[in-house]
Write a protein that binds this ligand. Structure first.
Ligand SMILES: Nc1nc2c(ncn2[C@@H]2O[C@H](COP(=O)(O)OP(=O)(O)OP(=O)(O)O)[C@@H](O)[C@H]2O)c(=O)[nH]1
Ligand SMILES: [Mg+2]
Length: 208
C-alpha cells in the first residue's frame, strides 16, 4: 500500500488532539482538511483507509461513536480532522446542542482549515441533515468536495444512477467534484489523496 503522497509520509501520523469543548479547538498552525457527514456515513473508516491504518480512528456500527473533534496530524504537514457525525433521530437535545456549538465553532475564524470533504453515503443520498451541513459550509464559505462512501455496496449501474442523482440534486455547489470511495476495498484512495494534496498543500502528487 502506498504510504507517501505528494511528499507527505503517512507513517508519521498521530492523534494530535481530541477536542470535546469549543475552547480546545485548534484554529491555526498545521493545515487542516475536515471530514464531515452524518453518523455512520464512514468518516472514521475513511480516515483509517487514507492513512493505511486499521484502528487509528475508532469505527463503530453504533452511530455517534465520534463525539469529539479528532485531529490526526500527518508528517507535521497536514491534519485530517474527524468531526462529530450528525443525524439526530435518536439523540438527546443536549447532545444536539453540544454538536452545534462544537461544529459551528470549528469553522469560525479557523485560518488553518483549507478544505472540507463532505461524505455522503452513496446508497442514501443527500439527507435533510446534509443540507444543513452544506448550509454551514456555504455560510462559512469553505471549499468542499463530496466523497461518496460505501461504494462497494452498489454495482456499476447503480453507482452511475446514484451519482447522477447527487449531481442533479441542486443542493451542491456548481462543479462540485464527487469521488467514489470504498474504505472496505480502498477504491478511490490514490485519487482522493491527490485531491487532498492539491487542495490543501497546493502541490501536485509526485508519488506516482
Ligand atoms: N461496506 C462498507 N462499510 C463501511 C465503509 N465505510 C464504513 N463502513 C461501515 O460503516 C459503519 C460506520 O463507520 P464509521 O467509520 O464508524 O462511521 P462514522 O461516520 O465515523 O460515524 P460516527 O463516528 O458515528 O459519526 C461501520 O460499521 C463501518 O464498518 C465502506 O466503505 N464499505
Ligand atoms: Mg466516527
Amino acid at each position: 500500500m502506498e504510504m507517501s503522497f505528494g511528499g507527505v509520509n503517512l507513517h508519521k501520523t498521530d492523534l494530535k488532539m481530541t477536542a470535546g469543548l469549543p475552547w480546545q479547538l485548534i484554529k491555526g498552525g498545521v493545515l487542516q482538511v475536515a471530514f464531515v457527514g452524518r453518523s455512520n456515513v464512514g468518516k472514521s473508516s475513511l480516515i483509517n483507509s487514507l492513512l493505511g491504518r486499521k484502528k487509528l480512528a475508532r469505527v463503530s456500527s453504533e452511530p455517534g461513536k465520534t463525539i469529539t473533534v479528532n485531529y490526526y496530524e500527518v508528517d507535521k504537514k497536514l491534519c485530517l480532522v474527524d468531526l462529530p457525525g450528525y443525524g439526530f433521530a435518536r439523540r438527546a437535545k443536549s447532545d444536539i446542542g453540544k454538536w452545534s456549538s462544537l461544529t459551528e465553532n470549528y469553522f469560525v475564524d479557523n485560518t488553518a482549515l483549507t478544505y472540507v470533504l463532505q461524505l455522503i453515503d452513496i446508497r442514501v443520498g443527500i439527507t435533510e441533515d446534509d443540507k444543513m451541513m452544506l448550509g454551514y459550509l456555504d455560510h462559512y464559505d469553505v471549499p468542499y468536495m463530496v466523497v461518496a462512501t460505501k461504494c462497494d455496496k452498489l454495482n456499476k449501474t447503480q453507482l452511475n444512477e446514484a451519482c447522477a442523482k447527487l449531481l442533479s440534486s441542486g443542493v451542491l455547489r456548481n462543479n462540485t467534484e464527487v469521488i467514489l470511495y470504498s474504505s472496505l476495498k480502498g477504491t478511490g484512495r490514490d485519487l482522493l489523496w491527490s485531491k487532498i494534496i492539491e487542495k490543501s498543500l497546493g502541490g501536485s502528487d509526485d508519488s506516482q
